[in-house]
Design a protein around this ligand. Structure first.
Ligand code: F6R
Ligand code: MG
Ligand code: MG
Length: 366
């Protein structure tokens, strides 16, 4: 790692739900806290914060070892493993569901957990926001990330702050073809939208300012594609740096006043509105949802995580929550019909192919 740089790693997994897939038992948080405390004492971590969104355990860690560091990934894996033991003891639901292998092989990527990491030089003051979602997939970040870093109707700073006039570059993954591309805004805004509007296939992985400074990193694991079958949703996270040459905190939160439709509700097979909620309301219950997102704000102080502040614990998001409930009612009335239920193609990674096969012999030419 480069001198003076710190790394922020957010690694998450669903290692057991309480009750069903709706929330998390406090003992899992305690167990994770205990495990990471040990590593902080030994000096591997500078600091950490353990939290959860719905049934997902979120390890927010700072250190000086760079991204994709084997020790850090191993620590996260071992933490999920000991938490799985607790989940098994309590017979929590889906204990260990996101740990796709029995053995750790050097990096948690592709093994089930979601990962977002960035390394940067901590500024004089370094405000960051970690968004964490449940019952949805990484494509859910496409719309808000576009609005934050490319839409001047959302981010006044794109117009008013000359340091942002150099624009932002978006690294977009094609998760079907396992390839990536960098697209610059504002110059190539229309091209960018052409791809990221297809949220299932194209996902924004990271955003850089025009001068190359890292601004945002999202987790882009797709469990269904990793395992070749449906094994749970991805329930993504994204880290965003803020202020003084980056979008302001309020500009970063603003897109979430619109509860846009995302996939991942009930059985990972339905579209629903993404509801911004305070930490204590991150318990998706109605029809296992609707999908929700929390925002943990931190100030970094020499790698120490000062916070979190619960950024959606603010009545100015009440209207978004109300609207999300209206949309949820409207979508629910479709029952098993599209577009509430995902399109056929999108159900391919669920049990749909089995059902197709079963009925195959009964189809006749008409
Ligand atoms: C899981 C989820 C849930 C489950 C549903 C069925 O994250 O979103 O909607 O898909 O509760 O779960 P199983 O198949 O485990 O009974
Ligand atoms: Mg679960
Ligand atoms: Mg989850």
């Amino acid at each position: 790692m480069a001198k003076g740089k710190i790394t922020l790693s957010v690694i998450k997994a669903d290692v057991g739900g309480y009750v069903g897939h709706s929330s998390m038992h406090p003992r899992l948080i305690e167990q994770a806290d205990e495990k990471l405390s040990g590593s902080k004492e030994k000096g591997l971590l500078i600091d950490f914060h353990v939290t959860r969104c719905g049934d997902d355990l979120e390890l927010i860690m700072t250190h000086t070892h760079g991204v994709d560091n084997q020790e850090i990934h191993k620590l996260a894996w071992n933490t999920f493993t000991v938490c799985t033991e607790v989940a098994k003891e309590l017979k929590l639901y889906g204990a260990g569901q996101d740990l796709l292998s029995d053995a750790f092989s050097g990096n948690v990527k592709g093994m089930g957990p979601g990962v977002a990491e960035m390394e940067f030089e901590e500024r004089k003051s370094e405000p960051i926001i970690v968004f964490m979602a449940d019952k949805t997939s990484p494509g859910a970040w496409n719309l808000p990330l576009f609005r934050i870093f490319a839409d001047p109707f959302n981010t006044a700073g794109l117009v008013i702050d000359p340091t942002m006039h150099i624009g932002f570059k978006f690294e977009v993954l094609d998760v079907y073809e396992h390839r990536k591309i960098i697209i610059s805004c504002p110059e190539e805004m229309y091209e960018l939208l052409m791809f990221i509007g297809a949220m299932r296939r194209y996902m924004i992985k990271s955003v850089y300012r025009g001068d190359g400074e890292i601004a945002a990193v999202a987790s882009t694991q797709k469990l269904s594609l990793i395992a070749g079958k449906y094994v749970g949703k991805d329930d993504p996270v994204v880290i965003i740096r803020s202020q003084a040459g980056f979008p302001a905190v309020g500009e970063i939160l603003e897109p979430f006043t619109f509860p846009h439709l995302v996939e991942g509700w009930m059985r990972g097979s339905h579209h629903g509105p993404l509801m911004p909620v305070p930490f204590y309301e991150a318990n998706p219950s109605r029809f296992d949802g609707p999908p929700r997102v929390i925002a943990a704000g931190f100030q970094l102080a020499n790698g120490k995580l000062i916070g979190p502040r619960d950024m959606f614990d603010d009545p100015s998001f009440d209207e978004a929550r109300r609207k999300a409930n209206d949309i949820a009612n409207y979508m629910r009335h479709h029952g098993p019909f599209e577009p509430h239920r995902l399109g056929l193609e999108d159900l391919e990674y669920t049990t749909m192919p089995q059902l197709m096969k079963k009925l195959e012999p009964r189809w006749e030419k008409e």
